[in-house]
Design a protein around this ligand. Structure first.
Ligand SMILES: [Zn+2]
Length: 410
């Protein structure tokens, strides 16, 4: 027996009475998150909207039972409930704030899609109503900022005009004569939604009565998804929340930058330019300091047996770059070898003058294999990183043991 869909005639019906025509325990279904005992309930009539056409199902109560899911099963609508009703006559009550939010988003989508189609020739190929954000996928060339703003403004204009939103019935032929663009496969009498002077779409969903009830449409991001353009938007209370959230972020950012909200962009640009200049200076200073320290180390490391000069050191409080500058400067001298580590990040750097004739890459690989880490390089210059920075001392002494030279060391 087909369930009578009360929301077809009146989407504002929040409470209803009905008769139970079927009730049976459902097997557990891990995929839909149902693990406890639940019942499938079919009524002779219902105001509960099942998931379909991009709009999520309603929630609410049937008698004492909580409605966990509502499914469209062709002729019938089934309700998944957490207890069996005691009486065959039941009262149903839908979670109205949730439903009204869906109606605002869904009617807003009709309107926004119509504006993108009519004004900019961009058809909507899919719609998703999420718990936070709604999206439509537009097909065609990339929508510019002007198009996104233009679609939003045109939709809001029709919202401000508070035009009626009505249900019309007719065959596919009759509806196409009235201006329905979408090809419809279904036979028989179809249901269509008309936004006066703006849109006529076949749709089985729930909608507000007048465009004013949509409240506002806010278009958010647009990103490419496969061949289409996914436009995020929110309507009604969600638009209010989004605008409030945007302003809070803006105000917090302005506070951090010590400026007025309207000056955030220029203040952020200034702060970034300053940061870039500082980091350039910092790097130059680090290089000079590392080179000076390498020169000192060379002076205090006299050549040992066979003329090798070896320095092995664990630095504290220096950036990773410091090792590179130090090692490069040190290894400019004949037969010089630098075995370096940075304590904080666990960075390693082994460098030699080619005349030293060892293999820094092989040495580094041996060390990281034993101590834990990764890295590599060339015979003369190899970098790596330890998994655990606190093993820097161990890595340097191990490298020193493995290095077959004997030289006095500083
Ligand atoms: Zn609709």
């Amino acid at each position: 027996m087909a369930t009578r869909r009360l929301y077809y005639d009146d989407a504002f019906e929040k409470e209803f009475t009905a008769r139970v025509v079927y009730c049976e325990v459902l097997p557990p279904d891990v995929n839909s998150g149902i693990t406890g005992t639940v019942w499938k309930l079919i009524l002779d009539r219902t105001a509960f909207y099942p998931t379909s056409g991009g709009q999520p199902n309603d929630l609410g109560k049937i008698g004492d039972a909580n409605v966990l899911d509502v499914r469209d099963e062709g002729e019938e609508i089934s309700h998944v409930v957490d207890r069996r009703p005691a009486d065959p006559e039941v009262n149903g009550c839908i979670n109205w704030p949730r439903r009204f939010d869906h109606m605002q988003q869904h009617t807003g989508q009709h309107l926004l899609s119509a504006m993108f189609q009519e004004r900019f020739g961009l058809p909507t190929v899919s719609f998703h109503l999420g718990s936070e954000m709604c999206t439509i996928d537009l097909r065609g060339p990339e929508p510019t900022e002007e198009i996104l703003e233009g679609g939003e403004r045109a939709a809001n204009q029709i919202i401000f005009e508070d035009r009626p939103v009505t249900v019309r019935y007719g065959t596919a032929d009759e509806l196409s004569q009235l201006g329905v663009r979408k090809e419809v496969e279904r036979e028989g009498i179809l249901r269509a939604i008309e936004i006066e002077g703006a849109d006529l779409q076949p749709c089985g969903g729930t909608h507000v009565k007048r465009t004013g009830q949509i409240g506002l449409v806010l278009v958010r991001r647009c990103t490419k998804v496969r061949q289409d353009w996914r436009v995020e938007f929110v309507c009604g209370r969600r638009a209010e929340r989004a605008a409030r959230g945007d302003f809070q972020w803006l105000r917090q950012t302005a506070e951090k930058l010590s400026c007025a909200p309207e000056d955030v962009v220029s203040a952020a640009s200034r702060a970034l330019a300053e940061r870039d200049a500082n980091s350039k200076n910092f790097r130059a200073v680090v290089q000079r300091l590392a080179e000076a320290e390498a020169t000192l180390a060379l002076q205090s490391a006299p050549p040992g047996t066979n003329g090798f000069r070896v320095v092995s050191r664990v630095f504290e409080g220096v950036p990773a770059d410091y090792l590179g500058f130090f090692g490069t400067a040190f290894a400019k001298s004949e037969k010089a070898i630098a075995i370096l580590a940075a304590a904080e990040g666990g960075h390693l750097l082994f460098a030699q003058h080619p005349s030293a004739g060892k293999d820094m890459n092989a040495l580094l690989k041996q060390v990281v294999e034993k101590v834990g880490g990764k890295g590599g390089g060339t015979r003369d210059f190899a970098r790596g990183r330890l998994n655990d920075g606190s093993h820097a001392e161990k890595a340097v002494s191990l490298a020193r043991e493995l290095l077959p030279v004997s030289a006095p060391e500083k």
